[in-house]
Design a protein around this ligand. Structure first.
Ligand code: SAH
Length: 351
């Protein structure tokens, strides 16, 4: 951590070190901590309990907050945010209401290198990793804008979280321990990167607490041939290896894994493919989340009819696979799964 590292994301002991290095009494760290995480300030000059002269000298210290450059509300009530980062890059985050709950769909990278055929983010390629504060900021931004506490976080925005695992774990530590969001309300979604699911399992802890968030794996296919067609990286990572890592994950962490399965009309939505999927997952402590595909401009994939989705889900249930269907709520604002993109020109955005 350098002096230029923003303060957002630091734990109380780290803030104590920083405050003392500034020549201030260490009790000021507790105040700083509260203003950063409870009042979600954007600038240290806002901390009115600090002595005036010190406050003014702190104005240029980076807190790590972004600027909202656009927010679009979808008919279902989800709000998609375009956030400008310190280097001018734009990322997307989505606030999703559901009963009393408020879920934030966060990005973990700017763009994505995985190039899954059905996903808009992959079409623009990879630009850079997000730092922990850039992930935490997305949650604080939604919490502030909604004037409501965030209950759930899904790492299902732009990027592949396991390729930026250290930053993702640092962000989860802070969101959990400093901001108070339960790990059980957090889901990290991955397409699967060789060795990384095991590495995550072996991490075992997030900060000083046991790992308790949910791992979701984007499987999307009942066999290798279809997965290869949809997910380029699958060719170097056979499904059998991926599932073995998932089994190890369950064994090491004692936690279930969720499998995500995008439903693409005529491609992977047939009842016999549901049976094949059930065979693949036999004996597995798992849960399947079906995602009827959300349309994107570049490719022709279609969402199956509701009857087809129901038939696929029923076929899985008959094989005693636990299943839920995720009808995305962000469709109207191009904010649904797979519709977030990093390659928009900043010149076209409102200032
Ligand atoms: N890289 C991670 C997380 C980002 S995507 C991953 O692959 O899991 C979050 C989820 O949305 C993934 O399951 C992804 O496959 C899915 N998704 C991507 N494009 C989609 C689309 N057009 N329609 C529906 N779901 C999509």
């Amino acid at each position: 951590m350098t002096d230029a590292t923003p303060l957002l994301g630091r734990s109380l002991p780290e803030l104590q070190d920083w405050v003392v290095a500034q020549g201030q009494p260490s009790y000021r760290a507790k105040q700083l901590y509260q203003w950063l995480y409870e009042r979600s300030i954007h600038n240290l000059a806002e901390i009115s309990v600090f002595p005036k002269a010190w406050r003014q000298s702190l104005q240029a210290v980076p807190v790590g907050r972004s600027q909202i450059v656009d927010r679009s509300v979808s008919p279902s009530g989800s709000i998609k945010y375009l956030l400008r980062l310190h280097d001018g890059e734009i990322i997307e985050a989505v606030g999703i209401p559901s009963g009393d709950r408020l879920t934030v769909c966060v990005s973990s990278q700017l763009g994505c290198a995985m190039a899954c055929d059905f996903c808009a983010t992959g079409k623009g390629g990879f630009r850079r990793h997000l730092a922990p504060h850039e992930i935490i900021d997305q949650v604080l931004t939604v919490q502030e804008d909604w004037q409501q506490r965030v209950s759930n976080i899904v790492f299902m925005g732009m990027g592949e979280p396991l390729l930026n695992l250290d930053a993702v774990l640092a962000a989860i530590r802070c969101l959990n321990q400093d901001i108070g969001i339960g790990q059980r309300g957090i889901t990290v979604s991955t397409v699967g990167i060789p060795g990384h699911i095991r590495r995550l399992a072996e991490t075992k802890r997030v900060g000083d607490r046991p790992l308790q968030f949910t791992l979701a794996v984007s499987l999307h296919a009942p066999n290798q041939a279809i997965r290869d067609r949809l997910i380029p990286s699958s060719r170097h990572y056979p499904i059998t290896d991926l599932l073995q890592e998932c089994r190890d994950y369950v064994q090491i962490t004692g936690r279930r894994v969720t499998f995500e399965y995008i439903l693409l009309a005529g491609l992977n939505d047939q009842p016999e493919q549901a049976e094949q999927l059930a065979q693949l997952l036999r004996g597995f402590q798992s849960h399947v989340n079906l995602i009827p595909c959300n349309p994107i401009d570049e490719v022709e994939y279609q969402r199956p009819s509701k009857a087809r989705v129901d038939a696929f889900a029923d076929a899985l249930r008959q094989q005693r696979v636990a299943v839920t269907v995720r009808w995305s709520k962000g469709l109207g604002a191009d904010a649904a799964c797979g519709q977030l993109r990093a390659n928009r020109s900043t010149a076209t955005l409102p200032a």
